[in-house]
Design a binder for this molecule. Structure first.
Ligand SMILES: Cc1cc2nc3c(=O)[nH]c(=O)nc-3n(C[C@H](O)[C@H](O)[C@H](O)COP(=O)(O)OP(=O)(O)OC[C@H]3O[C@@H](n4cnc5c(N)ncnc54)[C@H](O)[C@@H]3O)c2cc1C
Length: 442
């Protein structure tokens, strides 16, 4: 009997993870990718000067390491994260809860209790489930509530705020605390690693696995109408699926979140941090106080912005010519905004690293429109595939018990616009593939 045929639209982590699950089940699988290269949010490219390799989107992968089964070399910095202050030593997230707590001064005990009470010791998948279906009152709270109730110092509150800001939600909105708690706990459980060679290494490893199972990937192949196949899985935005499947009313009420404004730098040397502790962490959060970060997340595009910065070349010599470096940074801006945050982001780096600008050899700047032009899933520059507030955490992209199904038989959506949402982890793809296989009796 001939094998059933499956087409996957899009080669992001969710598309590739879905394709692998389908190929493992014995289907003939072809992935069509609009871009010239595979990977979606996991691409690494020379964005500035020859020899300087930058992660175009995703750079740091606690979820990827926890949940993706890929044969790559993971690198880890001594601290996962540094959070510098204007007048005090930086706080550090380390694998050890005690060492992390020690960097939080007067909130050391509060931090130990917060992490150990509910989260520490959970496996990464249990952690996501605890944050998702079964929930936890604290994780479903706003960061503001947890910061005020748990911590008594500005230091502790600011540290939580920086992590919660990854939610792209205002910090007084639920469940921004959950994002912070999950990221902190992952920092203790698996670290915040990054692949040697950049995030492209994850894409290449997933593609190799798929090809090993007989799957095929076709690049420069944008899909404009539904392919003829037994199963079609779309690693696309709901808006793109509506266009391809000619379903104008599909997920109409779905809400996209703020955008990102991203800078990549080619640098003549490492970032000259005033506090040398910042040079021990691949990720640095630049926002200083709870209030400053909260303002920036409440009104994306505000100056000074809360800046998320990554400096993997300090531990990965494949990213830049010898002695030179790359760095990656972004802040949140209004959805689809044209605002240019170059000066604001660089001033924020300069505040904590005087002399930084003198080391910039070249820069690449991408606002929401450029990000969306690079990858049509980044609607309005939203890097989570849609707002991840309390309602849309569970009803992505439609309020259905099984949100992966679409009104077209055999057609499924499997991108970050489905549960459990944004990030490089492939879980949306795996879940959608399981539903598709069950529905079609494969
Ligand atoms: C600036 C930035 C920084 C980020 N940092 C991190 C990070 O550090 N860690 C982390 O875990 N996550 C990070 N993310 C988020 C992460 O990249 C995404 O959540 C993740 O890539 C989503 O995976 P996906 O498979 O759903 O979609 P994507 O990775 O976006 O892939 C979708 C693919 O589908 C293709 N496609 C869409 N429509 C079509 C079509 N019609 N025909 C053919 N192909 C199509 C696109 O070209 C794209 O390649 C970041 C994102 C951005 C933008």
């Amino acid at each position: 009997m001939a094998s059933k045929r499956a087409v996957v639209v899009g080669s992001g982590p969710n598309g590739l993870a879905a394709a692998i699950a389908l190929a493992r089940a014995g289907l003939d699988v072809v992935v069509h990718e609009a871009g010239e290269t595979i990977g979606g949010g996991m691409r690494t490219a020379e964005l500035t000067l020859p020899g300087f390799r930058h992660d175009v989107c995703s750079a740091i992968h606690p979820l990827g390491r926890a949940l993706l089964d890929v044969d790559i070399e993971w690198l880890e910095s001594p601290a996962a994260l540094a959070h510098p202050f204007d007048d005090e030593e930086a706080a550090l997230l380390r694998r050890s809860v005690d060492e992390t707590a020690a960097s939080l001064g007067g909130d050391a005990d509060a931090y130990r209790r917060l992490i150990r009470a509910r989260w520490h010791g959970l496996e990464p998948l249990q952690l996501l489930r605890a944050f998702g279906a079964r929930g936890s009152l604290r994780a479903l709270s706003s960061a503001e509530r947890v910061a005020r109730r748990v911590f008594s110092t500005d230091r502790g509150r600011a540290f939580l705020a920086g992590n919660a800001a990854h939610s792209m939600l205002p910090l007084d909105t639920r469940p921004s605390a959950g994002f912070g708690l999950v990221l902190l706990t992952l920092g203790h459980a698996v670290g915040w690693p990054f692949p040697r060679g950049g995030s492209q290494a994850i894409a290449d490893a997933l593609a190799a696995k798929l090809r090993g199972l007989g799957g095929e990937i076709v690049t420069s192949s944008p899909v404009d109408e539904l392919p003829d196949a037994d199963i079609v899985l779309c690693d696309t935005s709901p808006r793109e699926l509506a266009r391809i499947a000619r379903l104008p009313d599909y997920a109409r009420g779905y809400r996209y979140g703020p955008g990102a404004f991203k800078l990549d730098w080619a640098l003549s040397g490492p970032i000259p941090w005033r506090d040398p502790r910042c040079a021990t962490a691949a990720t640095v959060h630049l926002g200083c106080t709870y209030e400053e970060i909260a303002r920036s997340e409440h009104d994306p595009g505000t100056v000074p912005p809360f800046v998320l910065l990554a400096q993997p070349s300090l531990w990965d010599d494949t990213r830049a010519p010898a002695g030179q470096h790359t760095a990656w940074a972004y802040c949140h801006v209004p959805h689809a905004s044209d605002v240019d945050m170059t000066d604001a982001i660089e001033s924020q780096v300069e505040r904590f690293a005087p002399g930084f600008r003198e080391r910039v050899l070249a820069r690449s700047a991408r606002g929401p429109r450029e990000l969306e032009a690079h990858n049509r899933n980044l609607v309005g520059g939203d890097l989570n595939g849609g707002l991840m507030d309390l309602r849309q955490l569970y009803t992505r992209p439609v309020a259905k018990l099984v949100p992966y199904r679409t009104p077209r038989k055999g057609v499924y959506i499997c991108s970050a616009a489905t549960p459990p949402g944004g990030g490089v982890h492939g879980m949306c793809g795996v879940a959608a593939a399981k539903v598709a296989l069950r529905d079609t009796g494969c």
